[in-house]
Structure formats: structure tokens, C-alpha cells
Design a binder for this molecule. Sequence first.
Ligand SMILES: [Cu+2]
Length: 178
Amino acid sequence: MTGRSPRRRALAPAAVLAAAGLALTACSGGGNADAAATPGSGGGAGSSASSAAGGSPKLTVTGAYMPQPVGDLAAGFLVVHNAGTGDDALTSVTSPLSDSVTIHKTVGNRMVEVKSFDVPPGGSLDLARGGNHIMLMGIAHPPKQGQSIELDLHFKRTGAIKVTVPVKAANYQPPATP
Ligand SMILES: [Cu+2]
């Protein structure tokens, strides 16, 4: 066995500085507005939801938006619902907008790149301001409010889901769910 240390993937220093700047502007906006819409697709999975993760995930994506980029940096937010009976995980994101798309969690006021986010059966993955998010860097042609961009979400089991993401005002907050 090779002794591969489980060290965290670190961003290049310059990117950390730039990214931290975005964290303060784009990522630390007020609180955690719970953007989760209730999963309207009431699929009747007969038995109790506590069965093992042997079933299939059934994913839908709602509430996607991107605040208008600051410079060549942007963040993407959305909610992935899993109405199925099997687990899944978001393992990467790609986009025609940028060759550098990563997924981050927020620890304190810092962002840390992660390898994947779980999407548990009967649950959701919330990417929201101040928390987990998709990060795009080195955007050559930043889109403006009112335009939309494409994100391709890659899941461990479901495969790719293409999402059209509207670009909102830099300070946009999604409507809170009651
Ligand atoms: Cu980030």
C-alpha cells in the first residue's frame, strides 16, 4: 500500500488570496437564506426511507443562480434534491464559462476546496451564500446580470446534469422559503 497522506487539496496561494477576497464579498452575504424549495416530486417510494443506500438516487436541481461576477471570479449556488432511495455525490462541476471550476465549503470566513459533496437519499445538498458553493475562476468573458450560463454538474452515480443558471445582481438573495 502506498502511504498517500489524506492531505487536503490546497489552492495556489494567489488563488487563495483572490478567492478569499470573493469570499468576503460574494460568499459572506447575509446569513443562510434557505433557498431550498420543497421537493415537489413526491415519488412514492413505497417503504421507509431508512433502507440501505442500495437504491437509486433521483436528483433534481432547483434555485440555481450566479451573482454577477466580481472581476474574473464567480460563485454558483443551487440546491440538489435527492428523492430517490440511494445516495449520490457531487464530484465535480464544469462550465463553458471557465476551465477552473471547483467546489468549496466555507470554514469560518475561509473557503476550502472539497472533492465531493454528498447528496443523501431523501435529502438535499444546499449550495448557498456563506456556505458550500461552486467557484469559477479565470472567467475570460464575465456574464452580466440578466444573462445565463451553463453549469454541468457531475455526480458519482447519476452522471452529468446540465443546469442553465441565471446571472443575478451581485447582491441577489434568493427568496426565503416559508
Ligand atoms: Cu469559493
